[in-house]
Design a protein around this ligand. Sequence first.
Ligand code: AHR
Length: 482
Amino acid sequence: MKCRVVVDATTSVGTLNERCYGQFIEHLGKCIYGGIWVGRNSEIPNEKGYRLDVLQAVKSLNPHLVRWPGGNFSSGYHWKDGIGPVSQRPRRYDMAWGAEEPNSFGVDEFIEWCRLMNVEPFIVVNAGNGTSEEAAQWVEYCNSERDVYYSFLRRSYGHEKPYGVKLWGIGNELYGEWQIGFCKDGSECARRTMEYANEMRKVDPNTEFVAVGCEDPEWNLEMVKGAGKYFDYLSIHIYIFGDKPYRELAAIPLDIEQRLRNVYGLIKDARRKYEIKHEIKIAFDEWNVCYPEAKEPLFTQFTRVKDAVFTGGVLNALQRLCNIVPISTFAQTVNVSALIIAADDGRMVLTPQYLVFKMYGNNRGVHVLNTSTDSELYMSNEVGGYVPFVDVSATISNDRKTLYLYALNRNENDNVELEVIFKGFKARSGIQQFVAGKSVEEKNTFEDPNRVKIEETLVKNVEAEASVELKAHSVNVIRFFD
Ligand code: AHR
């Protein structure tokens, strides 16, 4: 197949937010205990109790933002259980997941982990069976320099400087009956959100809030109407369940893109109607594809090349959505339907999805560019229309000397000869990285951990135009240098 793409560097669609390729870790299965944290006495190599191989693998993703402690877990979590001397921390029943929570990993451990990786913490407070007062005290513990009880407590536990946590989630999926302390409708959730935001912001006015949203227009309308003045982002979660035919799975990111645009449209209409002056954008703070293989209590799944194509598709969509979805966190990073699978015997597997995140996370431009292709199309039922085989997005660095092209080839059989035409950019050389594997079903396993890997090649004969080969079922990141 042949395809032409025009990349227009003369104008910019918007700015790519640093928070756009974030990660989500939850007290669930072996994500925290066994994944992020093994404790200082573990035989698994660790730095101060943090599992070293995982630490390095997450660092290599360059994620910038990590959401914690849940998920459903956050709706029953009382943060004070997780501070102070570890031996005195209570062991609690975790109602969300029917598990036992030892509380040896709490907010101080989370912040230290974030610092080791140089990422921004994003904390979700308990708006399920917690209280707004408890949440405000959490902000005081993390951010206050005052000489008052919780900041004093933080200092007394050896953390002199405030943590400066800016981004806070107020609750998780409070629209669902599975959630501890769920709300009966959007207006109840709005009332609760307002109380939390009000108190938390009184402690620290520099906080940003993510409130619970969903794809139910009525819910979002009530949220904006009742609490729109108090929050900055509406949270949206999308999971794709089950084994879909490959071409459908590869097409679904376009459906997700449209669904996120729809939610934003609703938010805008509601803001107009209820005269909410400040901007409310979307935090796409849980998303992934989930297979029947990912069963309770561990939710382990070994995703494949087809899931890498799905993931690249979502990341391309997020670039195009940069003005309305500045935040996203992938569910989840370690062990739970994860990018990284870390076994108790010390082995680790990096999935093809991980490899995609690694390529995108380490090849970020600042400005998103407009692109257009003449790709051949195929019909997708999930999208309800035609979908291009080749999906492209592009960014450029601040100094405009490096242009990044992100290109998927959804076709599972044919390579694509991609002709790249630049407007307003003079390319002199290029390096192409890609994840393709040998088939859409290929995966990495403990027995064969490097079956699917990032491959790299030089782009030849780069001038005003360039020609790049996109392997069948591949995700490509191509860096062009001026
Ligand atoms: O990621 C697992 C769970 O899925 C989260 O705890 C919850 O928010 C979502 O429903």
